[in-house]
Design a protein around this ligand. Sequence first.
Ligand SMILES: *Cc1c(COP(=O)(O)O)cnc(C)c1O
Length: 498
Amino acid sequence: MFYKSTRNSSVRVESAVAIAKSISEEGGLFVPESIPMLSMDELRALLGKTYAQRAAYIFSKYLTDFTESELRYCTERAYTTKAFDTENIAELAHLFDGTYMLELWHGPTCAFKDMALQILPYFLTTAVKKLSLEKKVVILVATSGDTGKAALEGFKDVPGTEILVFYPEEGVSDMQKRQMTTQEGENVAVCAVKGNFDDCQNGVKQIFTDKDVLAIMEQGGFAFSSANSINWGRLVPQIVYYVSAYVTLAEDGELNYGDQLNVVVPTGNFGNILAAYYAKQMGVPIGKLICASNVNKVLTDFIRTGIYDRNRDFHATISPSMDILISSNLERLLYLLADEDDAQIQKWFGLLASTGCYEVTDAVKEKLTELFYGGFCDDTETKETIGKLYQEYGYTCDTHTAVAVKVYQDYRKETGDITKTLIASTASPFKFSGSVLEAIGAESGETDEYAKVEQLKQASGLKIPQSLAALQQKPRRFTDSIEKTEMRQFALKKLHLS
Ligand SMILES: *Cc1c(COP(=O)(O)O)cnc(C)c1O
């Protein structure tokens, strides 16, 4: 299996190169040249297998240049009960009739990013070794809150790597900030940026493609890679849990092989929902893909009109990991929907860069609305939804997951579609204790984060994740805060290159 670039279809690299480089030279994203199929018999054969075994099987179809033993090495080290607090790695909870929560936050940082970022360092170091690169890999991360911490945990003290994370100073939750600024490890650095997530993402992209920086890096024996979902190594692990969830639901008698399953995903950078799209294209009977946004609803508008327009106000919400106006992974979807027309992609993304806006063709619009439903909700509706789930079903969910539940309810009302449905639950409610407490009417004016965590434990009956509890004792190691124009300089200084 080879990988092409969304901006140059004649590029042909193996997956190890796609993962190590993370972005193609001309700025495109790597995509597999074809989507491998998964037959109903193969799905059935995954029954009774562990999550790590299911993952290795899916990966063997995409990462064909990795040997079986390399894939086993990666999956067996990543998906363990040392890192995840459940043997199933991802949990399925029944919400109401025919509606299931896919809990993707049982990993070390309590957000779904762990599903991919626990394994990416193994993929990356294996790829570097396979390619005999003899270089130190530098991971630059722009985070809206959860990726940063998950990447830091995944890469901390991994030999041959350095990791540097930029987060928007005012754009993450208290717990997220605490998670990142107390990070341990000798090869890690964290820095706050006076700006929003898009500023951080743009800054990182600029450093990535700066010719002078690249020359300095080359001289120093360093090479950049990315832990953001532009890296194929981030995306492919996310396909696994959709396949695995389908098999588990069949195993539990909740559906029969072949039955359709709709999937709802609270969306920001479009990585998670794109993985569901890949699972569908592989042959998993996934029906409608329901894309849920908060008031930064650039994707809702895009799915409904075919016009992507980032020229709008940016809103800081209580679901901060979805406060994004440029969804990078949309480029991969559009490349596929536009029949791999790389010139078309160059044109649209050129327009996005220069004017902030583009409109896709009627043919693409048609495919888009057939596959996807887009909806959004505001903070008030998000809180109402958390409160309702808590009162009516005794289920406590975080703010991002609540956005997905609300949009799903709207979808069901609007369409009458009662197909069984899987909702991606993307974070532990303890990461957003303050907002969740308010939503369930249990806040008591406490300002200390850990008092809130304790209160949420009492109210929800849930266990406080061990990794979050442990942070209370840890000292803050990283206090830097910089202007968005200073990111390049900061990165060079941290890497001792200036
Ligand atoms: C990252 C994140 C999202 C958005 O996922 P994308 O893959 O960027 O669309 C949603 N919820 C939580 C909790 C997240 O951390």
